[in-house]
Design a binder for this molecule. Structure first.
Ligand SMILES: [Zn+2]
Length: 150
């Protein structure tokens, strides 16, 4: 241990990891099971501490934004900027029913199913209806006929 002070020691360790990414990666690959075992043991011993740390971490605005970014990219292939741009463009409303998005009326990402193109933000109800139209363009006419029948 190069330093008796654990803070200095950790800083030194992190500097080394940054300076030697290949060595660090190789070490990690070779000691994966050991690392996982130690992590799990620490988690079991420090459950409440871990939960408190996690809560604090997730409450950070930058972390929240980053997590939202990963989710949007992974699920819908769009960036937070694209989402926010569309939200502003639509003035925070669903373009089909004109209701304002809120905590109870969340915006849903609408994309063309065939191409995957991001079209805009809709309320959940209209997004589901549009999915039916996407599947079958005559759905709307059929639905109107169905509603009007006696
Ligand atoms: Zn709507």
């Amino acid at each position: 241990m190069p330093y008796a002070d654990p803070k200095k020691n950790l800083a030194c360790k992190l500097r080394w990891q940054k300076a030697h990414p290949e060595n660090f990666k190789r070490y990690y690959e070779g000691h994966k099971k050991l690392h996982q075992f130690r992590c799990e043991r620490w988690l079991k011993k420090n459950k409440s501490r871990y939960q408190a740390l996690r809560k604090k971490h997730r409450a950070r605005k930058d972390i929240k934004r980053a997590e939202r970014g990963y989710r949007l990219k992974a699920l819908y292939g769009i960036t937070v900027e694209q989402f926010e741009h569309m939200f502003k463009k639509q003035k925070g409303r669903c373009p089909l029913c004109s209701r304002r998005f809120s905590k109870t009326l969340r915006p849903h990402i609408d994309h063309e199913h065939a191409s995957g193109r991001f079209r805009g933000l809709l309320c959940a109800t209209d997004n589901i209806c549009l999915a039916s139209l996407d599947r079958d363009r005559t759905w709307g006419r059929k639905a109107l006929k169905y509603i009007g029948r006696k």
